[in-house]
Write a new protein. Structure first.
Length: 131
């Protein structure tokens, strides 16, 4: 998870300059890209019986970093509300991974179309939540 932490830290450092469209697209793709290059991560985090202390540490750390990524776009939000938004973004990122690996997708194009819809949903949510 050190690599994920580093990737999210780089996103936090750069996110202030991103418009919401780019922010949503990068967030939706970040976990997909990471999991594609680290297949053992899913087994560590999402497998029943995974050590709960490790799972909770990774998820909480990721949530804090997502809050840091969103913060430049959310000056009106207090930290608890920002972390609630980060929690929702974290779940959307997990959904993006599921859609990307959906065995029921009709085709790669259908999976890509579903991911595009998810990015649009995330953008719309962020526009409302970060206002």
């Amino acid at each position: 998870s050190a690599d994920l932490t580093a990737r999210l830290a780089a996103m936090a450092a750069a996110s202030a300059g991103w418009p919401l469209d780019e922010l949503a697209a990068r967030l939706a793709g970040a976990l997909i890209d990471f999991r594609a290059s680290h297949p053992s991560f899913e087994r560590l985090i999402d497998t029943p019986g995974a050590p709960q202390a490790v799972v909770l540490d990774v998820r909480r750390g990721m949530r804090q970093q997502l809050g840091d990524i969103l913060a430049p776009h959310a000056s009106a939000l207090d930290r608890p509300r920002l972390l609630a938004v980060a929690t929702v973004v974290q779940q959307v990122m997990k959904s993006a991974v599921a859609l990307n690996n959906d065995p029921a997708a009709e085709s790669p194009a259908a999976a890509a179309a579903a991911l595009a819809e998810l990015r649009g949903m995330l953008k719309t949510y962020l526009k409302t939540a970060l206002a």
